[in-house]
Design a protein around this ligand. Structure first.
Ligand code: ATP
Ligand code: MG
Length: 719
């Protein structure tokens, strides 16, 4: 790679090349979907290393999702191969923030093994704080306060930095006090929430200039993907780090900014040129991903947005297939149609890994998943909760693994001192030394060591008790039903007890998970069968190449691409989503439109849109009207496949207008339809709608779209 022509540069167009080869100073690549922004970043890393400008160690690369981080790692791996010394620091803002905080935890009042609270735990903690502060939780629900605090954190504001007016506006003037109390509770629990991961870095750097300087010196080159979706805290974090060498390359697309609801600010793009004067700005205009019709549909749709920086996108690809639109009677039929089509594609040898189904909210997934399961179509949910990867579940698994296999050193290490038994690092080191010398597994080493006088008497007796317990459990594998054994182990080991005594916010949830864990074992004949299943499940979520349909929210799909993309649920109220419409008017609608644009631009060859005329939300059927976005697609690039047979319900514009999509009637169909039906999709909801159904749906979205919880948990593995 180092000799002669750099072949990784081959095939790049001149603008891409410029973005790669302008290594010194700030660079901003502002370009549309599929123009090779991410490819520019990966090639840039290869280039920096290949030309000797940097060692991988000197490079920091920030991606938006952990999946993207993994993919980028794989691509860089093939580009720089074994030649690279190690890998760059590569991960999401959250993952990198965690890595930094763990190194300096004590300087911000934490221990390095601090816990990261998920959304649920955060809420539980907030409830306690509200109670402690004598605030009426009915009037100031934990969720609302959490939202406010997250908002402050996204803006980089510590309790004492929140503008007085804003803090006053909450809980009868107690907003600031609640924020302070919440932070104090977190500190006593040795815990942080997602917002803290960056906020505490900022605090660390502001109070310890030497540490900041260390990182500034170290990261000679900084690269950021999906820059349009950074929030203020992330921006400040980045700006501090980049002030050192000022070699910072950001790539983004304002038309794909879809995290405004989480505090992302497109203005960061404009701010970049201000904060990094003299930045080289590169525009890429050729889309290498999608065929002509798909690109035309996506461009036509986004053109309806008013607040855009504006840019050109062209393809030299053929027009290809038109974007299809089909209607179904209800969401179940929609799922049936979609799964049937995937099956047909599959029989025609279309790889399932090249098929994605992108939904607006995670609640749409269940029916689709049910259908996949019925048909036996393999699929994976991306960004979904991973039960077996939770800490308490991994602990419980480790107990079972060491019981089933005495040579499982990783399992042994994980639980020998969990719960705390006084078998700390020193003991473990002694065990390791012994195990290495004798070439035996740790458990066996422990069994031998308790017969010697190498360990202090107290440690020795504790370790003996532990070793004997494991021995008992191992014997019981043959005689005791495995679920009972699991329950016994969790009790005898003191593990359940540890969580029962734990007074932190997340303890209750963990105990519930442990119960569910034991319950899930019932589906398997024995312990070995269960452990085998778990390892398969865990492997399956890891296996990148496996042939499965990908199912995820639109938010989680950013940066990805697939040959065929299904986009179900294009109905007003669902997509665009009612809450976005209610809460932020045109800005909300425009963000929804960008989301639609992101969805369409994921497709290389086929994009399939659909809607259902009836949809059940929280058990109540509502009739719906097709999404206004369908009307906005350029007719020439769209093909209407089928309308549902019974499509005459009168609530829809679909049958009222013979050419429903993109036709040139004066008042857009949706407005008329809404006038007639009193609000379309949302109209059957209970009175007081905003705090009822729709919010709950959106709540799920927050939890399960590529929201911080999932993307982060996932991100732990990036390092
Ligand atoms: P998004 O905005 O959706 O994240 P992007 O701008 O990051 O898109 P990439 O994912 O980097 O785009 O590239 C899109 C596709 O085009 C990829 O499959 C990539 O390999 C391909 N591609 C990019 N540049 C070229 C090129 N010069 N020649 C051939 N293919 C290219
Ligand atoms: Mg990209």
């Amino acid at each position: 790679l180092r000799r002669g022509q750099a072949d990784y540069l081959e095939g790049l167009n001149p603008e891409q090349r410029r973005a790669v080869e302008t290594t010194e100073g700030p660079v901003l690549v502002l370009a549309g979907a599929g123009t090779g922004k991410t490819r520019v970043l990966t090639t840039r890393i290869a280039h920096l290393v290949a030309t000797g400008r940097a060692r991988p160690y000197d490079i920091l690369a920030v991606t938006f999702t952990n999946k993207a981080a993994r993919e980028m790692k794989a691509r860089i791996g093939t580009l720089i191969g074994a030649e690279g010394e190690g890998m760059p620091w590569l991960g999401t803002f959250h993952a990198i923030g965690t890595k930094i905080l763990r190194r300096h935890a004590e300087l911000v009042g934490l221990k390095s093994d601090f816990t990261i609270l998920g959304t649920d735990d955060q809420l539980r903690l907030m409830k306690q704080v509200i109670l402690d502060q004598n605030v009426d939780e009915k009037r100031w629900p934990a969720r609302a306060l959490s939202h406010a605090i997250d908002g402050w954190k996204n803006r980089g504001l510590l309790p004492d930095q929140v503008p007085a007016g804003e803090a006053q506006a909450f809980a009868f003037g107690k907003g600031g006090a609640l924020y302070t109390a919440y932070q104090a509770r977190l500190a006593t629990l040795n815990a942080v929430d997602f917002g803290d991961l960056l906020l505490l870095c900022l605090r660390l750097w502001r109070t310890h200039a030497d540490i900041l300087e260390g990182y500034q010196r170290r990261f000679r080159y900084i690269l950021v993907d999906e820059y349009q979706d950074t929030n203020v805290a992330q921006y400040l974090w980045l700006r501090l780090l980049a002030q050192g060498h000022r070699n910072v390359a950001c790539v983004g697309d304002d038309d794909q900014s879809i995290y405004g609801w989480r505090g992302a600010e497109v203005d960061n793009i404009l701010r970049f040129e201000h904060d990094f004067p003299g930045a080289a700005v590169v525009r890429l205009e050729r889309n290498y991903r999608s065929t002509g019709h798909i690109l035309a549909a996506a461009s036509g749709l986004i053109a309806k947005n008013e607040s855009r920086l504006g840019k050109t996108l062209r393809t030299e690809d053929e027009p290809g297939e038109r974007v299809t639109v089909s209607g179904a009677w209800d969401s179940e039929e929609e799922a049936r149609q979609l799964a049937g089509e995937i099956e047909t594609l599959h029989t025609k040898k279309h790889p399932l890994s090249e098929v994605a189904v992108l939904v607006r909210i995670s609640a749409q997934m269940r029916e689709i998943e049910d259908r996949f399961v019925q048909l036996g179509l393999p699929y994976r949910v991306i960004g979904g909760p991973r039960f077996y990867e939770r800490a308490e579940i991994r602990d419980a698994l480790a107990y079972l693994r060491i019981t089933a296999n005495s040579a499982d050193d990783l399992a042994f290490e994980r639980i020998v001192n969990t719960p705390k038994r006084g078998l700390g690092d020193a003991t473990l080191q002694a065990l390791h030394a012994h195990a290495r010398a004798e070439r035996v597994p740790l458990l066996l080493a422990a069994r031998r060591m308790v017969e010697t006088d190498e360990l202090k008497p107290k440690v020795r007796s504790t370790l003996r008790a532990f070793v004997e317990a494991v021995g008992r459990w191992t014997k019981a594998v043959e005689t005791m039903p495995h679920t009972e054994l699991a329950r016994t182990i969790l009790e005898e080991s003191g593990y359940t007890d540890m969580w029962q005594k734990d007074r932190s916010a997340d303890a209750a949830g963990r105990l519930e998970n442990l119960k569910e864990f034991v319950r899930s074992m019932e589906e398997f004949p024995d312990l070995a069968g269960f452990l085998e299943h778990v390892s398969l499940v865990m492997e399956a979520t890891e296996a990148e190449g496996a042939d499965k349909v990908s199912l995820m929210t639109l938010h989680a799909a950013k940066g990805l691409e697939f040959d065929t993309v299904f986009l179900p649920g294009w109905e007003d109220g669902l997509f665009p989503n009612q809450r976005a419409l209610d809460e932020s008017g045109r800005a909300g609608l425009e963000e929804e439109r960008r989301l639609a644009h992101v969805g369409l631009t994921r497709a290389r060859k086929r994009a399939r849109l659909s809607f259902a005329v009836n949809r059940r939300i929280h058990g109540l059927w509502s009739s719906t009207i097709p999404s206004r976005f369908l009307d906005e697609l350029p007719p020439g690039s769209v093909e209407v496949i089928e309308a549902p047979a019974h499509f005459s319900a009168g609530a829809s514009r679909f049958d009222r207008n013979p050419a429903p999509f993109g036709s040139s009637y004066g008042t857009p169909g949706w407005q008329r339809a809404q006038a007639n039906t009193g609000g379309g999709f949302g109209r059957d909801r209970a009175p007081g709608g905003r705090s009822g159904g729709p919010r709950e749906i959106e709540g799920e979205l927050v939890a399960r779209s590529s929201g911080p919880a999932s993307s982060f948990a996932d991100g732990m593995r990036v390092f």
